[in-house]
Structure formats: structure tokens, C-alpha cells
Design a protein around this ligand. Structure first.
Ligand code: AMP
Ligand code: MG
Length: 500
């Protein structure tokens, strides 16, 4: 188990150092209320690494008080529970007011490395629930818990998950399921849609307050600028671009990139019908509810720009001078995205330094992978095994055997070797470097589904094994080899939708 030494294990649950900055914003930003909680809850899973981030003592995770607190049944001393209001564009259409319809912010913990807000998801209705029941089902809560922690272990910016608590309380979806609560952690849960909310309501004072709040806490360098909101927007564009590069490089699809699901801090947030690419398909749609494919894999960076443009429109009233979308959003985004994406792909392919022309090699790779339905994460681990100097079909078998079209594989490998010729590292050094950036284990849909199916029968051991496996995604783990495999037959046609 990894230990975070500087901030580890100092606090008891009833003595967490809360200082709730969001609760000090004007009253119209939220509604103060207690969660309903969960009857007779039980602890399903806990993230020790997340607990370490808030300095929570490991012994506390074992106590009944921990379960009660994160089932929403017992308030934490110093917390101020509230649900926040926001709005947003959903599937490209203005949706008006949304808000924390089933999320309760418990408060904000101060640590030497910055603040962490704690939030329950699934703890009951709020004034923003609209038609929803305020609940989250076990299935979707497992998906959020596992993926939050898996993304963190991959080094991809994300909200975290501290705990997963379940109960027998029935929840109606397509069928009757059971209720669960995930405790999420993030330095802030402010979304693009939080800004859109005040702009749409023409409440410029609130818009300014929110902008000042976010700049003060998270983008302090912008304070000195002549046009702070504009500089913040450019910085948010950069962070979002880097996040998109992470998603594209690892083969992650969010599934519901609505503006209310876009973090102002450039974090992956709101895990719903997400997916990790098994066999490569650029147009892959992971969300069964997204029939038009707005949020398909290849489109994610474009959607991010669209969402940033919506944020730009919202921020206009608090910008010192009117700002062109091109300079505030597009230029910083494209520059950061290209640099980050090519850098990551070059590292994945085993090159010491990225070159602009590597983009062409990636495009060619996508084409041959797609034609041969090659497993995306598996490909890069196989590629690491190949020698720099061509040594015949047998030596190339780990990659060639993944392709239906062997000639296409040979053609691409020849290009790859030509490019590799300039590199000075030995095969062993390059292999180690490639395995350190190409995860062996990602949360494939079928892997999440096997954790869910076992959990729905009351067996959480599969979930725990997968959680542990994904906390070391770059390591060879012979005992967990099965989770690195493409979907088995039973999981070929798995579908995930917005129902959660
Ligand atoms: P999502 O698609 O999960 O990002 O949610 C979009 C909006 O619907 C947010 O305002 C959520 O709080 C709200 N929402 C989703 N599911 C529920 C639910 N079961 N009960 C109440 N509100 C919900
Ligand atoms: Mg959401």
C-alpha cells in the first residue's frame, strides 16, 4: 500500500479541519439541507489513498461512525451540508437550471496541499432534484467509485472517491435496484454550468462573485491581470485541453460531456455511462442514450471547445473588454491539446522526444488498428515487447497476431522502426519507459460489470480485487491477468446508458 507521509493519518473523523468556503458564498448559490441518509447502511469499499489526501487516520475507516457519516446519517462536526445550484447545456441544448439534485456537499477540509470538498452522491432529494428521486443505485455507484480511483492511479486529473456505502433500500430504475452513496472528493465541484447559471439569470453580481471565488482559490496568478476572467478562461481552456489529451491517449470516453459535467478545474467529473476503448474505433459511442454520437470518442476534444465557448459566453459580462473566442479559448486549447496529445502518444509509442510528424504516425496507426479491430490498451503493451531492429515475423508476433491484416501491421511497424532509429535508448530502457506510460489495466466495461454482478449478489470481493488491481495499472500482475483481456463473449454487447 502506498503511503502519503506528509499528510497521512493525523485526523480523527470527528476532528477533520473543516473550513467551508463555498458555504460563505451568498445564500442564492445553494440550499442548506441535510441528506436523507441511507437506512441500515454497510460499507462496501473505501479508498485508503483518498483518505490519506484528507489526512484521515486509517483506523477511522474501520469504525461504524465512518459508515454512518458517509451514508449521510450523521453530520460531521464542522461540516455545513448544502446542495449547490448550477445550470447547463445538455447534448448541445440549453437545459436551464439543474443543480445538485442528489449530491450534498458536506464541507471543505483544509490540508497542507490544498482544500478537499467532501460530497455525498445519492443521499436524497434536494430543491434541484426536478423529477429525480435523489438516489443513486449500487451499479452506477460502483462505476463511479472504481473509475474515480482508477483514473487517479493513471495520473489523470479527476475527482476522487473516498467511500462506497450500500443499503437494501429499493430504488426504481428500469427494474428495482438498491441504493448506494459514493463520497466524492474534489478541491471544488464548480462546473462550467455554475457560471452559465448566473449569466442566464442575468445576475452579474453573482457571476462576478463566483469568478472572484474561483480565481482567488484556484487561479491566483490571474488576479494581477488586467482582464482576470479572460486569463482564467484561457487557463481553464489549457487545463481542459490537457485533460482531453489524457482521455484520448488512454482511450477514455466520458459519455455525457454536458457543460454541467465539466469541471472548472479541468478534472474528470460525473462518471456515468463512460467507457474505456477495447478494440479501437474512432467513432465509438459509449453512452447508449447518445444516439446521435455527439459524445463519440473522436469528438471529445471538439465538444470540449464547444463547452468552453459556452463558458466564454457566460463570462462575457465580467470580462474587462470583449474577448474573441479565438484568442480566449481556441488558441490556448489547440496549442495545449496538440502539445499534450503528441507528447503522450510519442511516449506511448516509445519515442524519447515527440516530433510534430508523430501525428501522422498516430493517424496511420488508428487506421490499421480500426480496420483490424485491435485491442487498444493491449496494443501498446505488445508494442513495447518488439525489438528496435527488425528481427522477423516471429519477433513481431506479439503485435502482428493482434491484426487480421498482417501486411498492414508490417507496414506500420516499418514506419515505427524508421522513426525509432533516431532514438538512443536500448530496447530494455525503451520497454520500461513504455510500460510506465501504457497501462496494462484500465477499467474496461466488462471488468466493471463483473464487479457489479458479484456485488449485486452480495459478494464484494471482485470489486475489491479490481479496485486494488487498478491502483497499480502499469504493473504486471500475473494474478490479475484476466482483467487485461478484451471482453469475454458474455460481455460483447454490454450497454451503458444515462440511467443511474
Ligand atoms: P447527470 O446526467 O448525472 O450529470 O445529472 C444531470 C442533472 O440531473 C443534475 O442536476 C443531477 O443532479 C440530476 N439528477 C440525475 N439523477 C438524479 C436523481 N436520481 N435524482 C435527482 N436528480 C438527479
Ligand atoms: Mg452531472
Amino acid at each position: 500500500m502506498r503511503r502519503n507521509t506528509d499528510n497521512h493519518g493525523r485526523h480523527r473523523l470527528d476532528a477533520l479541519p473543516f473550513d467551508n468556503s463555498f458555504a460563505r458564498l451568498p445564500e442564492r448559490f445553494y440550499t442548506r439541507l441535510d441528506p436523507w441518509g441511507l437506512p441500515d447502511p454497510h460499507l462496501i469499499a473505501v479508498s485508503e489513498t483518498a483518505a490519506q489526501l484528507i489526512g484521515l487516520h486509517a483506523d477511522e475507516l474501520e469504525k461504524p461512525e465512518f459508515v454512518q457519516a458517509f451514508a449521510g446519517n450523521a453530520p460531521l462536526p464542522g461540516g455545513e451540508t448544502l446542495a449547490a445550484v448550477y445550470s447547463g447545456h445538455q447534448f448541445g441544448v440549453w437545459a436551464g437550471q439543474l443543480g445538485d439534485g442528489r449530491a450534498h456537499l458536506l464541507g471543505e477540509i483544509q490540508t497542507p496541499d490544498g482544500p478537499w470538498e467532501l460530497q455525498l452522491k445519492g443521499g436524497g432529494q434536494t430543491p434541484y432534484s426536478r423529477m429525480g428521486d435523489g438516489r443513486a443505485v449500487l451499479r452506477s455507484s460502483i462505476r463511479e467509485f472504481l473509475c474515480s480511483e482508477a483514473m487517479a492511479a493513471l495520473g489523470i486529473p479527476t475527482t476522487r472517491a473516498l467511500a462506497l456505502v450500500g443499503s437494501d433500500a429499493p430504488v426504481r430504475r428500469e427494474t428495482i435496484e438498491t441504493a448506494a452513496i459514493v463520497t466524492r472528493m474534489s478541491p471544488s465541484f464548480v462546473r462550467f454550468g455554475s457560471f452559465e447559471h448566473w449569466a442566464a439569470n442575468n445576475d452579474i453580481e453573482a457571476l462576478q462573485t463566483l469568478t472572484d471565488y474561483v480565481i482567488e482559490r484556484f487561479y491566483p496568478a490571474c488576479r494581477e491581470d488586467t482582464n482576470p476572467a479572460r486569463t482564467m478562461l484561457a487557463e481553464v481552456s489549457r487545463r481542459t485541453a490537457e485533460l482531453m489529451a489524457d482521455w484520448q491517449a488512454v482511450g477514455f470516453m466520458h459519455g455525457v460531456m454536458n457543460t454541467d459535467n465539466m469541471s472548472i478545474l479541468g478534472l474528470t467529473i460525473d462518471y456515468g455511462p463512460y467507457g474505456f476503448m477495447d478494440h479501437f474505433k474512432s467513432g465509438h459511442i459509449c453512452n447508449h442514450s447518445d444516439s446521435a454520437g455527439r459524445y463519440r470518442f473522436s469528438h471529445q476534444p471538439h465538444v470540449a471547445i464547444w463547452n468552453l465557448q459556452a463558458l466564454c459566453h457566460a463570462l462575457m459580462p465580467v470580462m474587462e473588454s470583449p474577448t474573441a473566442l479565438k484568442t480566449a479559448v481556441e488558441e490556448p486549447f489547440v496549442e495545449a491539446y496538440n502539445r499534450a496529445f503528441i507528447g503522450k502518444m510519442a511516449a506511448k509509442l516509445g519515442f524519447e522526444q515527440a516530433q510534430a510528424s508523430d501525428a501522422d504516425l498516430v493517424v496511420d496507426l488508428y487506421k490499421v488498428m480500426q480496420d483490424s479491430k485491435v485491442d487498444y490498451p493491449g496494443f501498446f503493451r505488445a508494442l513495447a515487447k518488439l525489438p528496435k531492429t527488425h528481427a522477423g515475423a516471429e519477433a513481431d508476433a506479439p503485435v502482428r497476431d493482434m491484426f487480421i491484416d498482417r501486411d498492414a501491421a508490417d507496414g506500420w511497424l516499418a514506419q515505427w522502426r524508421e522513426r525509432l532509429a533516431a532514438d538512443t535508448r536500448s530496447d530494455t530502457e525503451r520497454q520500461a519507459a513504455m510500460n510506465a506510460v501504457n497501462p496494462k489495466y484500465v477499467l474496461r466495461n466488462w471488468v466493471a460489470e463483473s464487479a457489479i454482478r458479484a456485488a449485486q449478489k452480495g459478494d464484494y470481493s471482485e470489486l475489491h480485487t479490481i479496485h486494488d488491481c487498478l491502483s497499480r495499472p502499469f504493473d504486471e500482475q500475473p494474478e490479475n491477468e484476466r482483467y487485461a483481456a478484451p471482453p469475454p463473449d458474455w460481455a460483447e454487447d454490454l450497454e451503458v446508458s444515462c440511467s443511474s
